[in-house]
Design a protein around this ligand. Structure first.
Ligand SMILES: NC(=O)c1ccc[n+]([C@@H]2O[C@H](COP(=O)([O-])OP(=O)(O)OC[C@H]3O[C@@H](n4cnc5c(N)ncnc54)[C@H](OP(=O)(O)O)[C@@H]3O)[C@@H](O)[C@H]2O)c1
Length: 347
């Protein structure tokens, strides 16, 4: 049975006073600057107040007091994890700023007051032009193909000259290519090699080049990679399909069937319907990784991204296969498999 305590009890008044003080401090912190306001999110504050209201309602019992202490502890941890360093003209290099996340991130960080070095694959391209047109004078567009050692070195020399006194705070390895997500057997070796060149060796070489600058500033290295991100265009898929068909041996082409490859392409064409157009979860996570006093080791922005990772890491592989199979509405089967299934049915 609970022992009830009076609201006139000094310990209760103390708790109420602490709750109020804690709320005021949190609000003050949240309002302090634009960056913290975004990262101490509305969701976090809502959780904070729900917990406090819950404790307040239950405060008449010792259970309430215990809940209150727990709520304060959780909130304290939450707020300290979200505490952000000031932007203070921190300099950040982003690779692959021509389009997508990199492009949006360059604009976002520039708007918050960072000195952005926007590495682009094509400095004459529309993405680079758009950045020059729409961002502040602080932003510097740099030609940076991360598969070119010479361009990485050149970017390093330019950046280190420009950040002599302030240092480079962050490198965001964002540049990446998707290729044509198809059965491994169908892909020509050139696709594997290009994928490794950009998505792996390019990131490694860029990182190795810039690490001494990051070490000096005790800054942040952020690697963006994909579990299953797919965002191509119809032209890209058509080009990839053509390249794939041209490189298939006749027997592999026969075993899979052109209709199967066509179905893969059609599936990819419809992927954008399932993709989230709002990039803010990614932008906010990168910002957190750049400025949080206690950044996380891993971020999984976007709905169900963490679920996918969790299933893959902690559950049997067949469950992951089943889950991915359900996510992919592509019901098409290679022709050899179709033939063998039909044969099994008939025997
Ligand atoms: N979109 C998703 O759903 C998703 C999900 C998970 C992870 N990701 C990851 O997020 C990162 C960005 O993806 P995104 O969706 O924003 O794709 P994106 O729009 O294609 O952006 C990738 C950028 O990298 C550039 N790039 C390609 N090869 C390069 C090279 N050799 N050197 C320098 N830059 C190069 C591309 O230039 P061009 O525009 O000229 O080709 C493009 O601007 C990638 O690492 C991707 O794996 C994306």
């Amino acid at each position: 049975m609970d022992t009830y305590i009076s609201t006139a009890d000094p310990s209760v008044l103390l708790c109420l006073g602490m709750t109020a003080a804690f709320g005021i401090i949190t609000f003050y912190k949240a309002k302090k600057n634009q960056v913290e306001k975004r990262c101490i999110s509305a969701r976090g504050l809502l959780l904070l107040f729900l917990l406090e209201i819950l404790c307040f309602v239950m405060l008449k019992s010792y259970v309430g007091l215990i809940l209150f202490s727990m709520a304060c502890l959780i909130c304290n941890i939450y707020v300290s994890v979200q505490t952000m360093l000031p932007v203070d003209n921190k300099a950040v290099l982003i690779t692959g700023s021509d389009s997508g996340f990199g492009h949006a991130l360059a604009k976002y960080l520039d708007n918050l007051g960072f000195v952005v070095f926007a590495g682009v694959l094509n400095e004459k391209g529309s993405g680079a032009e758009e950045l020059k047109r729409s961002c502040s004078q602080r932003l510097c567009v740099l030609q940076l193909d991360i598969t070119s050692s010479a361009q990485i070195k050149e970017a390093y020399l330019k950046i280190s000259e420009m950040v002599q006194n302030t240092g480079l705070w962050g490198v965001v390895n964002n540049a990446g290519i998707l290729g044509f997500p198809a059965d491994g057997e169908l892909l020509p070796m050139s696709v594997y090699k290009q994928c490794m060149d950009v998505n792996f060796f390019g990131h490694v070489e860029t990182t190795k080049m810039f690490l001494p600058l990051l070490r000096k500033s005790k800054g942040r290295l952020i690697n963006i990679s994909s579990m299953a991100g797919i965002q191509g265009t119809s032209e890209l898929w058509a080009k990839q399909e053509k390249h794939l068909l041209e490189n298939l041996t006749p027997d592999v082409k026969k075993d899979y069937g052109e209709d199967y490859i066509e179905a893969l392409k059609n599936f990819l064409l419809h992927m954008p319907v399932h993709s989230e157009p709002d990039l803010s979860p990614v932008l906010d996570d990168v910002l957190h990784a750049l400025l949080a006093k206690s950044p996380h080791g891993l971020y999984t922005p976007g709905k169900s991204a963490y679920l996918t990772l969790c299933i893959f890491c902690y559950f049997p592989l067949w469950l992951y296969d089943f889950y991915i199979g359900k996510l992919q509405s592509n019901k098409s089967v290679p022709s050899a498999l179709r033939a063998s299934e039909a044969k099994n049915k008939n025997t």
